[in-house]
Design a protein around this ligand. Structure first.
Ligand code: DAH
Length: 352
């Protein structure tokens, strides 16, 4: 027969051993191992029940209570250690992943509008101020709109100036200029007066060089009314050019030829680079061409639905890339479409 005293000693020894073991645990895994060692099915504390049958029956309840309270004590201590370890783990993680909120932030790279877009918007702003509205027309055109209705019949030599990309579908092509928009806007509004600008992309089948791209922008202008004269054309274009290039600039109008205008002219500005004295950029003439224009040809007026005996009008066409090249002395139009940020970023603060 074992005496309860012996059991008490065992319990005290195990309590001591348990405490020592729990002092050493360093992780939740260690805790689990300690739990199995003491409270598992074959754990040291669990096994104490084997004493019970050897005790006199009257001592068994007390023995049972002793074992149970040891179990509870161990379990409670184990839980406390586990909580402690978990808190330490979180604390360690927080320290390792600490963020110094006082450090300056990393700058976010801001995008900017493409210089062509900025030039287009500046052109819109100026012409909207003179009562023009923006009208968009298609980039894929028919031969009829791109050429024939603009007084350029199929075998006309002027077609040589506008070589383009033809679509596989017969009769369709990428427009070579924004001028076909003149016909679209006239047919839409005839016989009302018109003041419109028509911006957009144009395409040319050409050797790409510093002066010629296969894709570029144009802004067409068209004014139709009952008493429109060349004086209106000059007034509008000089006002535009002064706003675009500065009040101090000088301009001249030079006779030219376009099939869709009669008379036709080109507008020149004194060379920004040399101030008119003559340099490489102006080919030593002192002048640079900024746009083409003229009085709308009677055939074009009629094709648009206006009676040329009653209506007159003027038209002009300019290239925003060319305008920027003149304004900022950019010597290669390919820079606009090469996507080189070193070029584009120079315009991210806006046009000056
Ligand atoms: N369409 C011409 C071109 O691409 C530019 C032009 C010249 C447009 C005279 C016009 C104009 O409206 O009147 O070369």
């Amino acid at each position: 027969m074992v005496q309860i005293e012996e059991l008490k000693q065992k319990v005290a020894a195990l309590a001591e051993e348990g405490r020592a073991r729990l002092k050493e645990v360093a992780s939740p895994e260690d805790c689990e191992a300690a739990r199995v060692a003491f409270l598992g099915r074959k754990g040291k504390i669990t096994e104490l029940v084997k004493f019970l049958p050897h005790l006199p029956p009257e001592e068994r309840p007390e023995a049972g209570r002793l074992i149970n309270s040891l179990k509870e004590q161990f379990q409670a201590e184990l839980d406390r250690r586990l909580r402690e370890l978990k808190a330490q783990e979180i604390e360690k993680k927080l320290q390792e992943e600490a963020v110094d909120v006082t450090l300056p932030g990393r700058p976010v790279a801001l995008g900017g509008l493409h210089p062509s877009t900025q030039a287009l918007r500046e052109i819109y702003r100026i012409f909207l101020g003179m009562g023009f509205q923006v009208f968009e027309s298609p980039e894929i055109e028919t031969d009829e709109y791109n050429f024939q209705l603009l007084n350029i019949p199929p075998d006309h030599p002027a077609r040589d100036m506008w070589s383009t990309f033809y679509l596989t579908e017969p009769g369709l092509l990428l427009r070579t200029h924004t001028s076909p928009g003149q016909i679209h806007v006239m047919r839409r509004f005839a016989p009302q007066p018109i003041r419109a600008i028509l911006p957009g992309k144009c395409y040319r089948y050409e050797q790409v060089t510093a002066r010629a791209e296969m894709m570029f922008h144009q802004v067409e202008g068209l004014a139709i009314g009952r008493n429109i004269t060349m004086a209106d054309l000059k007034g509008v274009l000089v006002e535009f050019a002064h706003q675009m290039f500065g009040e101090g600039r000088r301009f001249r109008f030079r006779a030219s030829y376009f099939p869709f205008t009669e008379p036709s002219l080109e507008m020149d500005m004194d060379c920004i680079i040399c101030g008119g004295r003559g340099c490489r950029v102006c080919k030593h003439t002192g002048w640079v061409e900024i746009l083409g224009a003229g009085m709308v040809h009677p055939v074009v007026l009629r094709n648009g639905g206006y009676d040329p005996r009653e209506f007159t009008g003027f038209a002009f066409g300019m290239g925003p890339e060319r305008i920027l090249m003149l304004k900022y002395n950019i010597d290669d139009i390919r820079l606009f479409f090469a996507n080189d940020l070193r070029f584009l970023e120079q315009f991210s603060g806006g046009l000056r």
